[in-house]
Design a protein around this ligand. Structure first.
Ligand code: A2P
Length: 280
């Protein structure tokens, strides 16, 4: 597995296994167990996913040394502010059954963002978090909040796929070597993306499936990706993208697929209002 070096010097596996919307009825335990067996060493959960306990149990039961698995969780809206964020992190650690998380994110800008960030900075200094970052920050939101932070976030986890390449945000984050973690890197299974002729042509050329071409493109372009699948073959296939390389010309042609638009604005507004979890 290829590793990406973050701006704080820590390393993160370029492909992670996300557990958004996987129920906590044993399904998360099973999925994480399967992912670890398939070779994933990076698991992405969140307080808002209500499945941290099953992630922690699967990691523990795997017998894989803790330091070989990169675990991310995220602070949810009820825990913003300095004191609340400290408690939110403790709850995450308790549920996960861990002494530390590798990465902890402010899931969604809300309320006292600066206070919550300060709590994360202190937890990092205490060794409870290795790296700290944010999620769902558009360029406008980034410019509003990040100048108040003493520590630069290591990542910003946002929606990103070949039709929505986040070029403006990437240029902004590159100024401080902040990495993008792409959720829904396959466009949430968008068939117009997965069956796009340019992608299918490359899949045929390299003997890969279209999803693997998309993920390879994204990782080769510097992204950390969190593809989702419930299909055991695709779960395994989505990390099998390190035995081929797209040419510069192929990378350039895939970069032209960007439309600059996403389909999740309404979902984000909904989640900010606590209405419905439509996005990770
Ligand atoms: P499935 O669970 O049947 O594999 P995203 O990660 O962008 O949210 O996309 C997830 C969607 O993409 C799911 O519907 C998933 O379906 C599908 N998917 C995951 N991996 C692949 C792949 N390698 N090729 C095609 N579709 C995939």
């Amino acid at each position: 597995m290829e590793m990406v070096t973050l701006n704080d010097g820590n390393k993160i596996p370029a492909v992670g296994f996300g557990v958004f919307l996987i129920p906590n009825d044993g399904a998360t335990y099973e999925a994480v167990t399967r992912a670890l067996k398939a070779g994933y060493r990076h698991i992405d959960t969140a307080a808002a996913y209500f499945n941290e306990a099953e992630v922690g149990k699967a990691v523990k039961d795997s017998g894989i040394p803790r330091e070989e698995i990169f675990i991310t969780s995220k602070l949810w809206l009820q825990d913003y502010g300095y004191e609340a964020a400290k408690k939110g992190l403790e709850t995450s650690l308790e549920k996960l059954g861990l002494d530390y998380v590798d990465l902890y994110l402010l899931h969604q800008p809300y309320g006292d963002v600066a206070g919550a960030w300060k709590a994360l900075e202190e937890a990092k200094a205490e060794g409870k978090i290795r790296s700290i970052g944010v999620s769902n920050m558009t360029p406008k939101i980034w410019k509003e909040f990040v100048p108040q932070f003493a520590t630069m976030p290591a990542v910003n986890q946002v929606e990103c796929n070949p039709f929505f390449q986040q070029k403006e945000l990437r240029a902004l984050l590159a100024e401080n070597d902040v990495k993008i973690e792409a959720y829904q890197p396959l466009g949430h299974g968008d068939e117009t993306l997965l069956s796009h002729p340019d992608i299918v042509k490359l899949a045929d050329k390299y003997g890969k499936n279209p999803g693997q071409i998309i993920l390879r493109f994204e990782v080769q372009d510097g992204l950390i990706v969190l593809p989702k699948s419930t299909n055991p073959q695709r779960i395994a296939g989505n990390i099998d993208i390190f035995d081929f390389e797209l040419s510069d010309g192929e990378m350039d042609s895939l970069r032209t697929l960007d439309t600059g638009k996403n389909g999740l604005v309404i979902g984000l507004v909904g989640i900010a209002l606590g209405a419905d979890a439509k996005h990770p």
